[in-house]
Ligand binder design. Structure first.
Ligand code: FAD
Length: 534
C-alpha cells in the first residue's frame, strides 16, 4: 500500500520525546513539517500529544503513549481502537511486525530495550548465520525497502549477525514509514489491561493494554496500546548450567568466570580465552560455534585447551544433519565439529549433568552428582539454550504449554520431542492466540523452550497476526510457510525422529539442534570420559 509513507512523520515535527531510530534518516528529514502536528498539548479525547484529531495527525500514535509525570498519556477513556499496536522488541521479527502493520495503515509503536535496534543480534554479531539471505528477509520489509533504494544482498550468502543488523535491520528501522514508531532505550517490564487485574473479566477485552516501560536512567513510563505483540526474544534469558534446569551450586558465585551464549573469542574477548583452558557446556549450535571459534583461536595461540561437556549420552544424535541438512552451513558446523572430536582437538565428555562449580586453586572445577569432576579450567562457556521470560505478562491471561512454555496450540506443532526445524507446520494468529485478546507472543519467544525457531517462521507469524489485528480473518487464517528441510528429522515419535530422544531428555539443546535420525550412536575421540582433577 502506498498510504504508509504519507502517514509517517519526521522526528522534528513530532511532539514529546523524539523517535530514536530515525534521527539519521535522510528520507525522514525531508518530510514536510505539515506531515505532523506541532502542538505538544495532549488531545483531550484521544490522549495523543498532538492536538489534531488522531486520524489526521501523522505523529499521533507514536506520541499518544508518551507519559507526563509518570501518568499514562492515553487517557482512561481513550478509545482502544485508536491507540497504537505496541511491539516489544526491535529484532527481526518485531521490525517485520511493524512493516506489516504500517503496510496495512496501522500505527505500531516499537519499544526496544537496547540503545539500537537488533540489540540482541549485535551481541552475537560475530557469528555467521546458518541461513542464507534468501531466508532472512521478510516480504513486507522488502516491499517497503526496495522502492527506497535498498537492494537484496546476494541471496546465497550467509551473513554474520552484525551484517544482518547493518544491511537489513538498520535500513528497515530507518525507513521513514517505520522510524517514527520506534522508541529505543525503552525496556518493557510489565504489561496489563488498564484497570483490570488478572482476575477481573467483565469488559476486559475492550480495555486498552498498559505497558510499564523503564529507561536506562531509571525513569518509568506508562504506555497505552490497543494490542500488544511481544517479540522480545529469549536471548537475555539463557538457561543455567545446572543439569536439572536450575542454577548449579557455585554458578552464581563464579559468574565472573562464566559466560552465557557465544563469546567473541577471536575478536573483542580474545585475551580472555587465548592460551587458557575453557569448558563449554551445551549441545546446540551456540555451543558448536563457541567451540569452533576456540579451536581457531587455538591454532594461533598455544595452550588454548577445550573441554566440551554435554548432558546427553547418545552422541549419534549430537552433530546434526551434516550433509543431509538443506541449510548447508548448519550441517557443516556439526560435521566439522565431529571431525575435531575424532582428532582429539576437542575433549568431549558425554552424559555430564553439572551440579556444582568449585574453586580449585586459581582454577574452577565442575562436579556432577555421580562424583565426576571436570577441570581444572580457567573459564566456562554455558550454551545450554534459552527460555522465555514470562514475568512481563504476569498480569495477562496466557495459555501456555506446561513444558515448552509456548502457546498451547502452537506447542504440539513445534515440540522438539516430535518435530525438527524443517517439519514445523505453518502457523499464525490462531495458534498464537491466548485467552487475553489481542496479545500475541511472536518470534523466538513464541517457541518457548523449543530450540528450532527460524526467522522465516516468525515472518509468517507476524503477517498473520497483523491481518488478525486489522480484522482480516481470512488473511490471518491462510498461513503458508516453506522451510528448508533439514533432511534429518521426522514427525513420527515412534520412528525415533531426530529430536525424539534428545531435546525432551536434554534441555541443553540450542539453536536448531537436531540430531541424525535412526543412526546408531558412534563413539568418537575421547568421549564419555569424566576426568579427575589434576
Ligand atoms: C547465534 C544465533 C544464530 C542464529 N542463526 C539463525 C539462522 O541462521 N537462521 C534463522 O532463521 N534463525 C537463526 N537464529 C534464530 C532466530 O531467528 C534469531 O534468534 C532471531 O534473532 C530471533 O528474532 P526475534 O526478533 O524473535 O528476537 P531477537 O532477535 O532476540 O530480538 C528481540 C529484541 O527485543 C529486545 N528486548 C528484549 N527484551 C525486551 C523488553 N523487555 N523490552 C523491550 N525490548 C526488549 C531485544 O533487545 C532485541 O532487540 C539464530 C539465533 C542465534 C542466537
Amino acid at each position: 500500500m502506498t498510504t504508509v509513507a504519507s502517514r509517517s512523520a519526521g522526528p522534528a515535527s513530532c511532539c514529546g520525546s523524539k523517535p530514536a531510530a530515525n534521527q539519521n534518516s535522510p528520507t525522514a528529514a525531508t518530510l514536510p513539517p505539515s506531515a505532523c502536528c506541532g502542538d505538544p498539548t495532549p488531545n483531550a479525547e484521544t490522549g495523543a500529544c498532538c492536538s489534531e484529531p488522531a486520524a489526521s495527525c501523522a505523529c499521533q500514535s507514536p506520541n499518544a503513549e508518551e507519559t507526563r509525570q509518570g501518568q499514562p498519556a492515553g487517557s482512561a477513556s481513550a478509545e482502544p481502537g485508536r491507540l497504537p499496536v505496541a511491539i516489544i522488541g526491535a529484532g527481526p521479527i518485531g521490525l517485520a511486525a511493524a512493516a506489516h502493520l504500517v503496510e496495512k495503515g496501522e500505527t505500531p509503536l516499537v519499544l526496544e530495550a537496547g540503545g539500537a535496534v537488533a540489540a540482541s543480534i549485535r551481541e552475537w554479531g560475530h557469528v555467521r548465520l546458518f541461513s542464507p539471505w534468501k531466508y532472512l528477509v521478510d516480504a513486507a520489509a522488502r516491499r517497503l525497502l526496495e522502492p527506497a533504494g535498498w537492494s537484496m544482498p546476494d541471496e546465497e550468502r550467509l551473513p554474520t549477525g552484525a551484517e544482518l543488523a547493518a544491511k537489513l535491520l538498520e535500513p528497515l528501522a530507518s525507513h521513514p514509514a517505520i522510524a517514527p514508531h520506534i522508541r529505543l532505550d525503552s525496556r518493557v517490564i510489565a504489561v496489563s489491561r488498564r484497570g483490570f487485574d488478572k482476575v477481573k473479566s467483565a469488559g476486559r477485552d475492550s480495555a486498552p493494554f498498559e505497558l510499564v516501560v523503564r529507561h536506562p536512567d531509571g525513569r518509568i513510563d506508562r504506555v497505552l496500546a490497543r494490542a500488544v505483540i511481544d517479540a522480545s526474544g529469549t536471548w537475555y534469558a539463557a538457561n543455567p548450567m545446572g543439569g536439572g534446569g536450575l542454577v548449579a551450586e557455585g554458578e552464581a558465585e563464579h559468574a565472573d568466570r562464566i559466560r552465557y551464549g557465544i563469546p567473541d573469542v577471536r575478536g573483542r574477548e580474545r585475551n580472555h580465552y587465548a592460551g587458557r583452558r575453557t569448558l563449554v557446556v551445551g549441545s546446540g549450535h551456540s555451543a558448536f560455534n563457541a567451540i569452533l571459534d576456540l579451536v581457531s583461536l587455538g591454532d594461533e595461540s598455544e595452550g588454548t585447551d577445550i573441554t566440551w561437556a554435554v548432558r546427553r549420552t547418545d552422541i549419534g544424535l549430537l552433530f546434526g544433519g551434516g550433509g543431509k541438512d538443506q541449510l548447508e552451513a548448519r550441517g557443516a558446523l556439526g560435521t566439522r565439529l565431529q571431525e575435531l572430536v575424532r582428532n582429539d582437538r576437542v575433549r568431549l565428555v558425554t552424559g555430564f549433568r553439572a551440579s556444582r562449580v568449585l574453586q580449585n586453586g586459581s582454577a574452577l572445577v565442575v562436579e556432577n552428582d555421580e562424583g565426576g569432576r571436570l577441570g581444572p579450567v580457567d573459564q566456562i562457556v554455558v550454551a545450554t539454550g534459552f527460555r522465555p521470560d514470562l514475568s512481563l505478562a504476569r498480569e495477562l491471561r496466557l495459555r501456555l504449554d506446561p513444558w515448552l512454555e509456548a502457546p498451547e496450540q502452537l506447542a504440539p506443532l513445534i515440540d522438539p520431542n516430535l518435530h525438527s526445524c524443517g517439519t514445523v507446520y505453518p502457523h499464525g494468529a490462531t495458534e498464537l492466540a491466548h485467552p487475553e485478546k489481542d496479545f500475541y507472543v511472536v518470534g523466538m519467544k513464541s517457541y518457548g523452550r523449543a530450540p528450532t525457531f527460524l526467522m522465516l517462521t516468525g515472518y509468517e507469524q507476524v503477517r498473520s497476526v497483523a491481518c488478525a489485528l486489522v480484522g482480516d480473518e481470512e488473511g490471518a487464517r491462510n498461513v503458508a510457510l516453506v522451510l528448508p528441510e533439514t533432511g534429518v528429522c521426522q514427525t513420527d515419535l515412534s520412528g525415533g525422529g531426530c529430536c525424539s530422544t534428545t531435546a525432551g531428555a536434554d534441555q541443553s539443546v540450542g539453536i536448531g539442534s537436531c540430531g541424525v535420525s535412526n543412526e546408531a550412536p558412534v563413539r568418537l575421540g575421547r568421549t564419555a570420559t569424566v576426568t579427575a582433577v589434576a
